[in-house]
Design a protein around this ligand. Sequence first.
Ligand code: SAH
Ligand code: SF4
Ligand code: F3S
Length: 441
Amino acid sequence: MKMKKLYIETFGCQMNIADSEVVASILKDENYELTINPDEADLYLFNTCAVRENAEKRIWNKLQHFKGIKRKNRNLKLGVIGCMAQHIGNDFKQTGVVDFIAGPDAYRNIPNLLKSIDESGFQADTELSLTETYEAILPTRINNAKISGFVSITRGCNNFCSYCIVPYTRGRERSRKVSDIMNEVQDLQENGYREITLLGQNVNSYNYTTSTESIDFPKLLALTATRFPDLRIRFTTSHPKDISDELIECIANHDNICNHIHLPIQSGSNEVLKRMNRKYTLEWYLDRIQKIRELIPDCGITTDIFAGFCGEMEADHQQSLDVMKQVGFDAAFMFKYSEREGTYAAKHLDDDVPEAIKIRRLNELITLQNQLSLESNQRDVGKSFRILIEGKSKRSETEIFGRTCQNKVVIIPDTGEKIGDFVPVTVNDYTSATLFGTKIS
Ligand code: SAH
Ligand code: SF4
Ligand code: F3S
């Protein structure tokens, strides 16, 4: 039977990338094979994000263009899946181009939804589940040439930070079975992957309990590192409230666990952190940073921070700038607050920081971080790292690039190394975004 073609465009966080691979696997059993050419697709999927308004705007814009695409290819089906499907729901029907929607816990039902479209038109499944972890589904890797892959270890989130839509779009937190996780890592290794990232909204609250044992995140991490000594292991995202000494020690004790912790601070002001319902104080956060620096002196530390949350005063913003300087983050994802319908903040707090001030504060965060990244990179000059080669440099044919375990990109002259090789390098130059080095021969 002729295979049908599936094209998936993924937006949002790494968890969506991992989920697209789960969906590809489910649809493979329905005779769909992935294509990289959208023009030949029989089924086109947008795997979407709802975390900020801009993420959703992008999708609305894409849907505008889709009217023309469907006019040319009348058999083409379009599905919107993921967090925005969950958030917006049946309103997608009004676009006239979307054939079905499926939320993050409804992917096993996509084959049924597809079958019903021809008879009944627009289909939707946005049922959230307390148990779905896509057990026993081995994801179909979307880009086979890759050497770095993702493995979800938890789904959902129970933290309910007051600004955040994720607990509503992804439902309650569930930890996946250890054996499922190990099988996926094994599969990636067998397919030539050299690096894996364990994923969850709050990976360090991972807990898989059976009648005989209870595996928490440090245990899972140690198990993965020991079982796969040739793989480089990363994890994201860690929540500051759950970053224990035991976890930091585990990273310090295993050479193949990357010395990089992404630890979103969100704000430097205790009052704002409280309104955000982040469940830690600035002092706690700084204590964790100190512990990391003590046990893993060369640890890369990156963060998420956003400007203009409800009630944020100039003094609060200043405290965010101060803590960024004090920690000296290697890199940061920075945003301005975007109110999300349905969250605690949208219902109970006033989105009272004017847009112009949000933008100005965000720009101040970005300017400062550029300086901090520059200083962080400057400190690496003269040091040696082992980088994992990821590909050709974008700026030159004669250069390639790889990543240090601290997660920094290093560009080196191409002397015949292959993608997936680990190469020792010395850093000799830098910008705020990149390091430049040479291979140690
Ligand atoms: N689970 C992770 C982050 C998930 S969302 C954590 O707890 O840190 C990724 C980032 O988007 C967040 O860290 C936060 O900085 C940002 N973010 C989330 N909701 C937002 C909103 N409503 N407006 C602006 N930024 C937001
Ligand atoms: Fe959102 Fe907070 Fe959960 Fe992160 S921990 S996904 S910010 S609710
Ligand atoms: Fe976006 Fe959903 Fe990830 S809202 S950030 S795609 S969990």
